[in-house]
Write a protein that binds this ligand. Structure first.
Ligand SMILES: C[C@@](CO)(OP(=O)(O)O)[C@H](O)COP(=O)(O)OP(=O)(O)OC[C@H]1O[C@@H](n2ccc(N)nc2=O)[C@H](O)[C@@H]1O
Ligand SMILES: Nc1ncnc2c1ncn2[C@@H]1O[C@H](COP(=O)(O)OP(=O)(O)O)[C@@H](O)[C@H]1O
Length: 289
């Protein structure tokens, strides 16, 4: 038996930090959606009662540090599953990029193993299992568009955003999410308009969505990585409707309505940055889901 799952990248249309919690996480409010840039997760039932990870990406661990492994192990232990699995991960989402590639792989593993191991769990249960491994995994289980609160695990689904192109560019160096959160100075942040963003998304108001893009982590990463500011500038001068860094970075994304403009921007960024993508905004679970 075999199951195939897509694990799309997420972007944060808005990301606000409300306060630092006693558990050292931050209470946040984010509007998140997905883009058509995805890893592919193949799950094969194997005779041995073990979890095997296969990935050819040198930045992705092939052992118990892999988030997909951790998701499989959690399901196996919690539901006393006596079956094994080989998890083949084909990476397309850049690693340590602020696009939740690893979280999405873990979420896809939860969804896929729920089928492969015939566990019959609902999405809410899978999402709360995911939250035990990482804050972004609950959102990735839904794979849609949502307001995420708490440390990221409280999910309220929203309508899919108005359709558009998303041009993504990732500078060479990755960032540590933990370091970015730790370096945030809560007294100086400029809070984004989260409720305005929710309204714009739900009303399919593209320009309203563009005018409300905001991420309080952007200033932290910009300070350490000047190439993020350079990419933003280049995107702005090549016709982006709006530009923002995703999550803790360093990937920057531009929203563009017209395909021709997205292609032009893609070509001008290619000379500057190795990892550039021009993809459609998704915001809803894909057919394979
Ligand atoms: C910033 C965001 C925005 O979507 O994404 P990325 O940039 O990582 O993609 C997320 O909040 C990242 O979620 P995720 O990457 O799952 O975080 P976790 O593994 O749970 O936590 C990594 C570290 O980030 C910090 N952290 C995370 C979430 C949160 N609400 N407050 C925090 O302070 C903690 O220091 C934690 O040790
Ligand atoms: N399946 C996976 N894909 C990518 N990274 C993974 C995976 N499993 C574990 N990791 C580790 O998680 C870290 C963060 O990865 P990723 O989810 O891509 O970043 P981000 O949280 O910035 O979106 C990486 O440094 C990598 O070593």
């Amino acid at each position: 038996m075999y199951v195939l799952e897509k694990a799309p990248a997420k972007i944060n249309l808005s990301l606000d930090v409300l306060y630092k919690r006693p558990d050292n996480y931050h209470e946040i409010e984010m509007v998140m959606t997905t883009v058509d840039l995805a890893d592919q997760i193949e799950l094969f039932l194997i005779k041995q009662n073990t979890i095997v990870i296969e990935s050819e990406n040198r930045f992705v661990p092939n052992d118990e540090r892999n988030l997909a492994y951790r998701a499989a192990k959690l399901l196996k232990d919690r539901y006393e599953v006596k079956k094994g699995v080989r998890i083949k991960i084909e990476k397309h989402v850049p690693v340590a990029a602020g696009l939740a590639g690893g979280s999405s792989d873990a979420a896809a593993t939860l969804r896929g193993l729920n089928k492969l191991w015939e566990l019959g769990l609902d999405k809410q249960t899978l999402a709360s299992l995911g939250a035990e491994i990482g804050s972004d995994i609950s959102f990735c289980v839904y794979n849609s568009t949502a307001l995420a609160q708490g440390r990221g695990e409280k999910i309220t689904e929203l309508k899919a955003p108005p359709s558009c192109w998303v041009v993504l560019a990732k500078p060479r160096q990755g960032v540590s999410t933990q370091t970015v959160y730790q370096s945030l100075d809560l007294s100086t942040i400029d809070h984004p308009d989260t409720s305005g963003m929710i309204e714009a998304v739900n009303k399919s108001d593209y320009l309203g969505m563009c005018s409300r893009l905001g991420n309080v982590l952007e200033a932290v990463t910009l300070e350490r990585h000047p190439e993020v500011a350079q990419i933003k500038k280049l995107m702005q001068s090549s016709g982006a409707d709006a530009v923002l860094m995703s999550g803790s970075g360093p990937t920057v994304f531009a929203l563009v309505k017209q395909q021709t403009r997205a292609e032009r921007m893609y070509n001008s960024l290619r000379g500057f940055c190795e990892e550039v993508y021009a993809v459609r905004m998704l915001g809803y679970p894909q057919a394979l889901d």
